[in-house]
Design a protein around this ligand. Structure first.
Ligand code: UGA
Length: 444
């Protein structure tokens, strides 16, 4: 019997989908990516990516059909018909943002992806959810699929959460820490083992479980990471009150392997499109399930995190003499973390926005996030370089820890500012280097 490798489609081409599609092509599969936004499809088809993600554009260019020297294994479309005809395995990678004014996440993109695809599935197909969803969604979507698909039971659902980090998306997708699949049949498990044969062969653990567990693995992993960050930020509050050093403390407790060194960087806290909304959606869902008590600690994790932003603003106000009126503040960093142009729920921009509202003249610079920042906060000032942002500043705020900022020459920056005063919101600069250059250095 001749066995053909499964053909793969990826629905939704944001951070997750674009990376997943390119990675699947890299692993040797024929891949068709779909997005409902034609401009995105046009861009991707010409080998370009609508966001900054290291290595992704190169990976894409190695495979997109029509590009010189590419394998041609990767194509893009806006047509669900084409996707349904083409694929054996369909990955759903659309986003699930926080609902406006609510804790719960918005499932409408996932629902509409399944509802658009399912009625077109006439032959055996495995629909694999990758989006981060409230527990219980997979079971609901499986029922919906059965109801809508002409193929009946031959169109099956599986859940396969994704753990990639922005900035490391390519590496995390090709070499995942673990692969988790929620399945209801041996056949689905077998198919997913085939899709992930390469990382499994390299030693990535392959965890097979049921729908609710697979969904919960994702939300609990992000909740744990958020909790680690808020824990160290709570310790930073105590350190500040007691004149301790939270950076040393984190290093010292991290030597205990049970605690570990990672994700214990104190600062202005976590942001982005995932951790903040995921812990909130998790609380909302637990409430619906009558298990809200189990997650009340996440409310504290969230409020410690938000308090960091406010505290940064206070420190800055204090630093410029108690009032922002008539003061110029330079903000280094707009992205929610370095190596990303993503400004969704960015702590840096939130702080910049608060300071602007309190009357300061704020000038922001970020190596990659400028365009997105300007779109979200059009009233802030923007400068084309760190040095330009710093010109005439009464205080410089370091809020996203790009390498570029660690490499700044304090003398050079010192020559353009009004006052040599720097506040490090990420505990990432070398205090000694700045102090030696006559700066007043203060960190969170
Ligand atoms: C996070 C998770 O790390 C991924 O595993 C997960 O797949 C992803 O969400 C998702 O759900 O899609 P990401 O949002 O890319 O990934 O960013 P992280 O690297 O986790 O950083 C999140 C925030 O925490 C950033 O604002 C960062 O500056 C902050 N952070 C991180 C700290 O303040 N301190 C730390 O020690 C670590």
């Amino acid at each position: 019997e001749h066995h053909m490798a499964p053909k793969i489609t990826v629905i939704g081409t944001g951070y997750l989908g674009a990376t997943h599609a390119a990675a699947m092509a890299e692993l040797g599969f024929e891949v068709l990516g779909l997005d409902v936004v034609p401009e995105k499809i046009e861009l991707l088809s010409s080998g370009r990516v609508p966001m900054y993600e290291p290595g992704l554009e190169d990976l894409l260019r190695r495979h997109v059909a029509g590009i010189d020297g590419a394998t041609g294994r990767l194509r893009f479309t806006t047509s669900y018909e084409e996707v349904a005809d083409f694929g054996d395995v369909h990955f759903v990678c659309v986003n699930t943002p926080q609902k406006h004014g609510e804790y719960a996440c918005d499932m409408s993109y996932v629902d509409s992806a399944v509802e658009s695809l399912a009625p077109l599935l006439r032959r055996p197909a495995l629909v694999v959810g990758k989006s981060t969803v409230p527990v219980g969604s997979a079971a609901r979507l499986a029922a919906r699929l059965l109801e809508l698909a002409p193929a009946g039971e031959a169109a099956e659902l599986a859940w396969n959460p994704e753990f990639l980090r922005e900035g490391f998306a390519v590496q995390d997708t090709l070499h995942p820490d673990r692969i988790v699949v929620g399945v209801t049949s041996k056949q689905a498990e077998k198919q997913l083992r085939e899709v992930y044969a390469s990382p499994i062969g390299e030693g990535s653990p392959f965890v097979v479980t049921d729908f609710p567990t697979a969904e919960l693995v994702k939300t609990s992993a992000n909740s744990f990471l958020a909790t680690k960050i808020s824990f160290i930020n709570a310790m930073a509050e105590v350190c500040e009150a007691a004149d301790g050093d939270v950076v040393k403390l984190a290093e010292a407790i991290g030597h205990d392997e049970r605690i570990g060194k990672k994700f214990l960087r104190a600062g202005i806290g976590f942001g982005g499109g995932c951790l903040p909304k995921d812990i909130r959606a998790f609380m909302a869902r637990a409430g619906e399930l009558g298990a809200d008590q189990a997650l009340t600690f996440l409310r504290e994790v969230d409020s410690i995190n938000m308090r960091r932003r406010g505290h940064m603003v206070e420190l800055a106000r204090e630093a410029v003499g108690g009032s922002f009126l008539g003061k110029r503040v330079a903000v280094l960093g707009a992205a929610f973390k370095p190596d990303s142009d993503d400004v969704r729920d960015s702590p840096a921009l939130n702080v910049a926005g608060q300071i602007h509202l309190q009357g300061a003249q704020v000038t922001v610079y970020d190596p990659k996030g400028m365009e997105n920042a300007r779109a979200l906060f059009p009233t802030l000032g923007y400068a084309p370089s760190a040095l330009d942002a710093a010109r005439g500043a009464h205080a410089v705020l370091h809020l996203t820890e790009w390498r570029e900022f660690r490499d700044l020459d304090p003398q050079e920056v010192g020559a353009v500012v009004d006052e040599r005063r720097i506040l490090d919101g990420r505990n990432a600069l070398d205090p000694q280097v700045w102090r030696e250059a006559d700066w007043t250095y203060r960190a969170l």
